[in-house]
Write a protein that binds this ligand. Sequence first.
Ligand code: ATP
Length: 306
Amino acid sequence: MIQLYIPLNFLGVLYREIKQSLTDLDKMFVLMDREREVADAPAATALALQGAPDVVFDHVSFAYESDRPILQDISFTIPAGKTVAVVGPSGSGKSTLARLMFRFYDVQQGNICIAGQDIRQVTQSSVRRALGIVPQDTVLFNDTVAYNIAYGQPGASQSQIEEAARAARIHDFIASTPKAYQTSVGERGLKLSGGEKQRVAIARTLLKNPPILVFDEATSALDSANERAIQAELASVAQNKTTLVIAHRLSTVVDAHEILVMESGRIIERGNHAALLAQQGRYASMWSMQQNAEVSHSSVATSSAT
Ligand code: ATP
Protein backbone atom coordinates (compact mmCIF):
# COMPACT_ATOMS: atom_id res chain seq x y z
CA MET A 1 0.00 0.00 0.00
CA ILE A 2 2.78 2.36 1.04
CA GLN A 3 4.67 1.39 -2.10
CA LEU A 4 1.69 2.39 -4.21
CA TYR A 5 0.98 5.53 -2.22
CA ILE A 6 4.45 7.06 -2.59
CA PRO A 7 4.53 7.05 -6.41
CA LEU A 8 0.96 8.35 -6.53
CA ASN A 9 1.79 11.04 -4.06
CA PHE A 10 4.90 11.88 -6.05
CA LEU A 11 2.85 12.04 -9.24
CA GLY A 12 0.43 14.38 -7.49
CA VAL A 13 3.25 16.72 -6.53
CA LEU A 14 4.72 16.48 -10.02
CA TYR A 15 1.32 17.19 -11.56
CA ARG A 16 0.87 20.25 -9.36
CA GLU A 17 4.34 21.49 -10.22
CA ILE A 18 3.81 21.06 -13.94
CA LYS A 19 0.42 22.71 -13.70
CA GLN A 20 1.92 25.59 -11.73
CA SER A 21 4.71 26.11 -14.23
CA LEU A 22 2.19 26.01 -17.07
CA THR A 23 0.15 28.66 -15.29
CA ASP A 24 3.31 30.73 -14.88
CA LEU A 25 4.11 30.21 -18.55
CA ASP A 26 0.59 31.31 -19.45
CA LYS A 27 1.12 34.42 -17.38
CA MET A 28 4.48 34.99 -19.01
CA PHE A 29 3.00 34.76 -22.48
CA VAL A 30 0.26 37.19 -21.51
CA LEU A 31 2.93 39.57 -20.21
CA MET A 32 5.06 39.05 -23.31
CA ASP A 33 2.05 39.83 -25.46
CA ARG A 34 1.50 43.01 -23.51
CA GLU A 35 5.19 43.79 -23.82
CA ARG A 36 4.99 43.31 -27.56
CA GLU A 37 1.89 45.47 -27.63
CA VAL A 38 3.43 48.38 -25.75
CA ALA A 39 7.06 49.04 -24.95
CA ASP A 40 8.73 52.02 -23.36
CA ALA A 41 10.43 54.28 -25.92
CA PRO A 42 14.23 54.06 -25.53
CA ALA A 43 14.48 57.57 -24.10
CA ALA A 44 11.23 57.42 -22.12
CA THR A 45 11.16 59.51 -18.97
CA ALA A 46 8.57 59.59 -16.21
CA LEU A 47 5.34 61.48 -16.82
CA ALA A 48 5.80 64.92 -15.27
CA LEU A 49 2.76 66.08 -13.36
CA GLN A 50 1.85 68.97 -11.13
CA GLY A 51 -1.62 68.38 -9.71
CA ALA A 52 -4.45 67.09 -11.85
CA PRO A 53 -3.49 67.13 -15.54
CA ASP A 54 -5.66 67.46 -18.63
CA VAL A 55 -6.12 64.36 -20.81
CA VAL A 56 -6.46 64.77 -24.56
CA PHE A 57 -7.52 62.21 -27.16
CA ASP A 58 -6.59 63.67 -30.53
CA HIS A 59 -8.01 61.96 -33.63
CA VAL A 60 -7.52 58.51 -32.10
CA SER A 61 -8.27 55.39 -34.14
CA PHE A 62 -7.72 51.90 -32.82
CA ALA A 63 -8.34 48.23 -33.66
CA TYR A 64 -7.54 45.15 -31.55
CA GLU A 65 -7.34 43.17 -34.77
CA SER A 66 -6.24 44.90 -37.96
CA ASP A 67 -9.36 44.01 -39.96
CA ARG A 68 -11.86 45.25 -37.36
CA PRO A 69 -11.69 48.96 -36.48
CA ILE A 70 -13.02 49.63 -33.00
CA LEU A 71 -12.45 53.36 -32.39
CA GLN A 72 -12.58 55.80 -35.26
CA ASP A 73 -11.32 59.37 -35.13
CA ILE A 74 -12.04 60.03 -31.46
CA SER A 75 -11.17 63.50 -30.16
CA PHE A 76 -12.04 64.89 -26.75
CA THR A 77 -10.41 66.67 -23.84
CA ILE A 78 -10.90 66.09 -20.14
CA PRO A 79 -9.83 69.44 -18.68
CA ALA A 80 -7.73 69.26 -15.49
CA GLY A 81 -9.88 68.31 -12.52
CA LYS A 82 -13.08 67.89 -14.60
CA THR A 83 -15.26 64.89 -15.46
CA VAL A 84 -16.10 63.62 -18.91
CA ALA A 85 -18.68 60.84 -19.20
CA VAL A 86 -19.06 58.29 -21.97
CA VAL A 87 -22.37 56.62 -22.70
CA GLY A 88 -23.50 54.31 -25.47
CA PRO A 89 -24.59 50.76 -26.18
CA SER A 90 -22.61 47.69 -25.18
CA GLY A 91 -19.65 47.14 -27.49
CA SER A 92 -19.52 50.76 -28.69
CA GLY A 93 -15.94 51.13 -27.41
CA LYS A 94 -16.32 52.84 -24.03
CA SER A 95 -13.98 50.55 -22.04
CA THR A 96 -11.50 50.59 -24.90
CA LEU A 97 -11.00 54.32 -24.26
CA ALA A 98 -9.98 53.50 -20.70
CA ARG A 99 -7.65 50.68 -21.80
CA LEU A 100 -5.91 53.07 -24.19
CA MET A 101 -5.55 55.70 -21.44
CA PHE A 102 -3.74 53.10 -19.32
CA ARG A 103 -1.70 52.29 -22.42
CA PHE A 104 -2.52 48.61 -22.42
CA TYR A 105 -2.44 49.07 -26.19
CA ASP A 106 -1.01 51.72 -28.50
CA VAL A 107 -3.27 53.71 -30.78
CA GLN A 108 -2.91 53.18 -34.51
CA GLN A 109 -3.67 56.78 -35.42
CA GLY A 110 -3.70 60.03 -33.48
CA ASN A 111 -2.38 60.38 -29.97
CA ILE A 112 -3.27 60.52 -26.31
CA CYS A 113 -1.59 63.17 -24.18
CA ILE A 114 -1.57 63.63 -20.43
CA ALA A 115 -0.47 67.12 -19.34
CA GLY A 116 0.79 67.70 -22.89
CA GLN A 117 2.94 64.54 -22.93
CA ASP A 118 2.25 61.79 -25.47
CA ILE A 119 1.81 58.65 -23.37
CA ARG A 120 4.00 56.71 -25.84
CA GLN A 121 6.94 58.94 -24.97
CA VAL A 122 6.85 58.43 -21.19
CA THR A 123 7.30 55.29 -19.10
CA GLN A 124 4.30 53.01 -18.79
CA SER A 125 4.85 52.66 -15.06
CA SER A 126 4.57 56.42 -14.55
CA VAL A 127 1.35 56.53 -16.60
CA ARG A 128 -0.17 53.71 -14.55
CA ARG A 129 0.87 55.34 -11.28
CA ALA A 130 -1.00 58.49 -12.31
CA LEU A 131 -4.22 56.60 -13.02
CA GLY A 132 -6.67 54.92 -10.70
CA ILE A 133 -9.63 52.83 -11.73
CA VAL A 134 -12.80 51.93 -9.93
CA PRO A 135 -13.81 48.92 -12.01
CA GLN A 136 -17.23 47.34 -12.54
CA ASP A 137 -16.15 44.14 -10.89
CA THR A 138 -13.60 44.58 -8.17
CA VAL A 139 -11.24 41.68 -7.64
CA LEU A 140 -10.86 40.98 -3.96
CA PHE A 141 -7.95 38.93 -2.67
CA ASN A 142 -8.37 36.15 -0.14
CA ASP A 143 -6.97 38.33 2.56
CA THR A 144 -8.10 40.85 5.13
CA VAL A 145 -10.22 43.84 4.24
CA ALA A 146 -7.31 46.07 5.37
CA TYR A 147 -4.98 44.33 2.87
CA ASN A 148 -7.57 44.73 0.14
CA ILE A 149 -7.95 48.46 0.75
CA ALA A 150 -4.20 49.02 1.03
CA TYR A 151 -3.48 47.01 -2.12
CA GLY A 152 -1.60 49.31 -4.48
CA GLN A 153 -0.36 51.39 -1.57
CA PRO A 154 1.61 48.96 0.58
CA GLY A 155 2.82 50.50 3.80
CA ALA A 156 -0.36 52.53 4.30
CA SER A 157 -1.05 53.03 7.99
CA GLN A 158 -4.19 51.75 9.70
CA SER A 159 -5.43 55.32 10.16
CA GLN A 160 -4.94 56.06 6.44
CA ILE A 161 -6.85 52.87 5.58
CA GLU A 162 -9.69 53.87 7.92
CA GLU A 163 -9.79 57.40 6.55
CA ALA A 164 -10.18 56.04 3.00
CA ALA A 165 -12.85 53.58 4.15
CA ARG A 166 -14.78 56.36 5.86
CA ALA A 167 -14.68 58.52 2.73
CA ALA A 168 -15.91 55.53 0.68
CA ARG A 169 -18.68 54.98 3.27
CA ILE A 170 -17.67 51.41 4.02
CA HIS A 171 -16.07 52.00 7.43
CA ASP A 172 -19.23 51.47 9.50
CA PHE A 173 -19.92 48.18 7.75
CA ILE A 174 -16.34 46.97 8.28
CA ALA A 175 -16.38 48.07 11.91
CA SER A 176 -19.59 46.08 12.47
CA THR A 177 -17.93 42.76 11.48
CA PRO A 178 -16.42 40.74 14.36
CA LYS A 179 -12.79 41.16 13.29
CA ALA A 180 -13.28 44.60 11.69
CA TYR A 181 -10.35 45.41 9.39
CA GLN A 182 -8.83 41.95 10.00
CA THR A 183 -11.93 40.22 8.58
CA SER A 184 -11.08 37.95 5.66
CA VAL A 185 -12.88 38.72 2.42
CA GLY A 186 -12.93 37.17 -1.04
CA GLU A 187 -13.69 33.63 -2.15
CA ARG A 188 -12.88 32.04 1.18
CA GLY A 189 -13.95 34.88 3.45
CA LEU A 190 -16.82 37.24 4.01
CA LYS A 191 -18.85 37.69 0.83
CA LEU A 192 -19.47 41.31 -0.03
CA SER A 193 -22.31 42.62 -2.18
CA GLY A 194 -21.53 44.32 -5.49
CA GLY A 195 -22.03 47.75 -3.92
CA GLU A 196 -19.78 46.91 -0.94
CA LYS A 197 -17.07 45.62 -3.27
CA GLN A 198 -17.27 48.81 -5.28
CA ARG A 199 -16.87 50.80 -2.06
CA VAL A 200 -13.74 48.79 -1.21
CA ALA A 201 -12.47 49.72 -4.70
CA ILE A 202 -13.29 53.38 -4.05
CA ALA A 203 -11.41 53.26 -0.73
CA ARG A 204 -8.47 51.59 -2.49
CA THR A 205 -8.42 54.36 -5.08
CA LEU A 206 -8.76 57.10 -2.48
CA LEU A 207 -5.74 55.69 -0.69
CA LYS A 208 -3.70 55.58 -3.91
CA ASN A 209 -4.86 59.15 -4.57
CA PRO A 210 -4.08 59.27 -8.29
CA PRO A 211 -4.61 62.57 -10.14
CA ILE A 212 -6.58 60.81 -12.93
CA LEU A 213 -9.50 58.54 -12.32
CA VAL A 214 -11.50 56.10 -14.42
CA PHE A 215 -14.84 55.11 -13.00
CA ASP A 216 -16.37 52.11 -14.74
CA GLU A 217 -19.90 52.12 -13.46
CA ALA A 218 -21.44 48.79 -12.53
CA THR A 219 -24.08 47.66 -15.01
CA SER A 220 -26.16 45.93 -12.36
CA ALA A 221 -29.37 47.70 -11.49
CA LEU A 222 -29.31 49.55 -8.23
CA ASP A 223 -32.27 50.82 -6.25
CA SER A 224 -32.49 54.59 -6.27
CA ALA A 225 -31.18 54.99 -2.69
CA ASN A 226 -28.08 52.98 -3.54
CA GLU A 227 -27.71 54.82 -6.81
CA ARG A 228 -27.77 58.18 -5.01
CA ALA A 229 -25.20 56.88 -2.50
CA ILE A 230 -22.84 55.70 -5.25
CA GLN A 231 -23.23 59.03 -7.02
CA ALA A 232 -22.35 60.91 -3.85
CA GLU A 233 -19.28 58.68 -3.41
CA LEU A 234 -18.26 59.21 -6.99
CA ALA A 235 -18.57 62.97 -6.58
CA SER A 236 -16.37 62.87 -3.48
CA VAL A 237 -13.72 60.66 -5.11
CA ALA A 238 -13.68 62.69 -8.33
CA GLN A 239 -13.26 66.03 -6.59
CA ASN A 240 -10.31 67.85 -8.17
CA LYS A 241 -9.38 64.78 -10.18
CA THR A 242 -9.41 64.45 -13.94
CA THR A 243 -12.10 61.81 -14.38
CA LEU A 244 -13.47 59.61 -17.12
CA VAL A 245 -16.78 57.98 -16.22
CA ILE A 246 -17.97 55.03 -18.26
CA ALA A 247 -21.63 55.32 -17.45
CA HIS A 248 -24.53 52.93 -17.76
CA ARG A 249 -27.04 55.10 -15.94
CA LEU A 250 -27.60 58.58 -17.29
CA SER A 251 -28.35 59.96 -13.84
CA THR A 252 -24.62 59.59 -13.10
CA VAL A 253 -23.59 61.87 -15.95
CA VAL A 254 -25.89 64.84 -15.44
CA ASP A 255 -23.16 66.98 -13.87
CA ALA A 256 -20.33 65.97 -16.22
CA HIS A 257 -18.41 68.73 -17.95
CA GLU A 258 -19.01 66.91 -21.24
CA ILE A 259 -20.92 63.76 -22.20
CA LEU A 260 -19.80 61.73 -25.20
CA VAL A 261 -22.44 59.54 -26.82
CA MET A 262 -20.74 56.65 -28.60
CA GLU A 263 -21.98 54.24 -31.19
CA SER A 264 -19.90 51.70 -33.14
CA GLY A 265 -16.62 53.32 -32.13
CA ARG A 266 -17.58 56.89 -33.05
CA ILE A 267 -18.78 59.89 -31.07
CA ILE A 268 -22.21 60.60 -32.50
CA GLU A 269 -23.26 63.36 -30.07
CA ARG A 270 -21.49 65.44 -27.45
CA GLY A 271 -22.24 68.24 -25.03
CA ASN A 272 -23.37 68.75 -21.47
CA HIS A 273 -26.65 67.29 -20.23
CA ALA A 274 -28.77 70.38 -20.98
CA ALA A 275 -27.28 70.88 -24.44
CA LEU A 276 -27.79 67.22 -25.34
CA LEU A 277 -31.42 67.27 -24.18
CA ALA A 278 -31.99 70.40 -26.28
CA GLN A 279 -30.58 68.60 -29.34
CA GLN A 280 -33.43 66.08 -29.03
CA GLY A 281 -31.24 63.38 -30.53
CA ARG A 282 -30.00 60.01 -29.32
CA TYR A 283 -29.09 61.17 -25.80
CA ALA A 284 -32.47 62.85 -25.32
CA SER A 285 -34.30 59.67 -26.32
CA MET A 286 -32.05 57.53 -24.07
CA TRP A 287 -32.82 59.96 -21.24
CA SER A 288 -36.59 59.81 -21.73
CA MET A 289 -36.45 56.01 -22.00
CA GLN A 290 -34.59 55.78 -18.68
CA GLN A 291 -36.99 58.25 -17.05
CA ASN A 292 -39.99 56.23 -18.27
CA ALA A 293 -38.39 52.99 -17.08
CA GLU A 294 -37.85 54.53 -13.65
CA VAL A 295 -41.43 55.83 -13.48
CA SER A 296 -42.89 52.44 -14.44
CA HIS A 297 -40.48 50.69 -12.05
CA SER A 298 -41.52 52.91 -9.16
CA SER A 299 -45.24 52.59 -10.02
CA VAL A 300 -44.85 48.77 -10.02
CA ALA A 301 -43.09 49.05 -6.67
CA THR A 302 -45.87 51.32 -5.31
CA SER A 303 -48.70 49.12 -6.58
CA SER A 304 -47.07 45.93 -5.24
CA ALA A 305 -46.59 47.66 -1.88
CA THR A 306 -50.31 48.54 -1.64
P1 ATP B 1 -19.78 47.41 -22.48
O1 ATP B 1 -20.72 48.56 -22.22
O2 ATP B 1 -20.50 46.13 -22.77
O3 ATP B 1 -18.71 47.26 -21.44
P2 ATP B 1 -18.01 48.85 -24.30
O4 ATP B 1 -18.73 49.95 -25.00
O5 ATP B 1 -17.16 49.21 -23.15
O6 ATP B 1 -19.04 47.71 -23.90
P3 ATP B 1 -15.57 47.69 -25.38
O7 ATP B 1 -15.29 46.77 -24.25
O8 ATP B 1 -14.74 48.90 -25.52
O9 ATP B 1 -17.12 48.10 -25.41
O10 ATP B 1 -15.47 46.85 -26.72
C1 ATP B 1 -15.59 47.42 -28.00
C2 ATP B 1 -15.46 46.31 -29.04
O11 ATP B 1 -14.14 45.80 -28.98
C3 ATP B 1 -16.40 45.14 -28.83
O12 ATP B 1 -16.91 44.77 -30.07
C4 ATP B 1 -15.52 44.05 -28.28
O13 ATP B 1 -15.95 42.80 -28.72
C5 ATP B 1 -14.15 44.39 -28.88
N1 ATP B 1 -13.05 43.96 -27.99
C6 ATP B 1 -12.89 44.30 -26.70
N2 ATP B 1 -11.74 43.78 -26.21
C7 ATP B 1 -11.16 43.09 -27.21
C8 ATP B 1 -9.95 42.32 -27.35
N3 ATP B 1 -9.11 42.18 -26.32
N4 ATP B 1 -9.68 41.76 -28.54
C9 ATP B 1 -10.54 41.90 -29.60
N5 ATP B 1 -11.69 42.62 -29.54
C10 ATP B 1 -12.01 43.20 -28.38
